[in-house]
Design a binder for this molecule. Structure first.
Ligand SMILES: Nc1ncnc2c1ncn2[C@@H]1O[C@H](COP(=O)(O)OP(=O)(O)OP(=O)(O)O)[C@@H](O)[C@H]1O
Ligand SMILES: [Mg+2]
Length: 273
């Protein structure tokens, strides 16, 4: 854990929105407003903050789903901020995103087998159908499903199982960085910890770096090495997990901590001084 796989310097991502009616015109939403952080090889950085503070926009800017207004994004030392779609394409294997809603990333018409082998073909990682199938079976087992599900379709699974499939689909191509955005938020609390543990285990085994986004500090705590706390488009505090929990500096972090105080968390009830 030494080299930074991702460096984000003074990132700004603004949106222009239209107003109608008497006061018609344009507004600028400063969704991300001067954010800097880095993620080291094999590290999980948790990004936490209330709804609308700009977390998803950071994730989407890194993965090129949103266009940054300013600042720079360096992947493995290379400036990727303004790469065109075609120049960014080779990096698509290295930088992957997992979303809250697995339905959005799983094609309902594809069987689980096709869902898993498609990315292997897209990124030219296998030489034969048999090899692709072997990889798919091995990956399914890693996420706690077995090969009997290969011929089924996404709608035939529970939310937790579906999220396991979308995790498998991302992990199967061995990316170097994963942006995980609210990946357990739609799941029952009873299932959240199991899916989080699965992600953590696979991430560790493969040495993948991760930006783990959640509005839930308890969830972020479970999985992160370091935590960045975001408020209104800016990172207001960042540090080792323990430091954030035991010695928060910013007023907003203290408020976030207070909100989970004495509420049962994924790791059991905990107390803040
Ligand atoms: N495409 C867009 N056009 C205009 N405004 C946008 C767009 N995307 C996001 N925003 C605005 O940017 C701000 C940050 O949104 P973002 O989705 O990044 O927040 P978030 O922290 O992920 O919130 P949540 O926890 O609810 O997912 C919000 O005010 C949002 O309305
Ligand atoms: Mg979001």
């Amino acid at each position: 854990m030494s080299q930074a796989i991702l460096k984000v310097n003074r990132l700004q991502t603004f949106f222009r929105t239209s107003r109608t009616g008497v006061f018609q015109g344009h507004d600028t939403v400063r969704a991300v407003d001067g954010v800097s952080f880095e993620i080291k090889d094999g590290e999980v950085l948790g990004l936490v903050g209330e709804s609308g503070c700009g977390k998803t926009t950071i994730g989407r800017s890194i993965t090129k789903l949103d266009t940054p207004t300013g600042g720079e994004i360096l992947f493995d030392g290379r400036d990727v901020t303004h790469l065109s779609a075609s120049r960014f394409r080779p990096l698509r294997r290295d930088i992957q995103m997992i979303f809250q809603d697995p339905f959005a990333s799983l094609n309902p018409r594809l069987t689980i087998e096709k869902t898993l082998i498609e990315p292997l073909y897209i990124h030219k990682l296998v030489n034969s159908r048999a090899e692709a199938r072997r990889n798919a079976v091995a990956m399914l087992e890693k996420v706690g499903l077995d090969s009997t599900v290969m011929d089924r379709h996404p709608h035939e699974f529970s939310g937790g199982q579906r999220q396991r499939i979308s995790i498998a689909r991302v992990m199967i191509i061995a990316p170097r960085l994963i942006v995980a955005d609210e990946v357990v938020s739609a799941l029952d609390v009873s299932i959240q910890a199991r899916v989080l543990n699965l992600i953590k285990k696979l991430q560790r085994e493969a040495g993948i770096s991760m930006l783990f986004i959640s509005h839930d500090l308890g969830v972020v705590r479970h999985i992160s090495d370091r935590i960045a706390v975001m408020y209104q488009g800016k990172i207001v505090e960042m540090g080792q997990k323990q430091q954030i929990f035991e010695n928060p500096q910013h007023q907003y972090t203290k408020r976030l901590l207070a909100s989970i105080l004495r509420v049962p968390t994924l790791e059991g009830t905990h107390h803040v001084n």
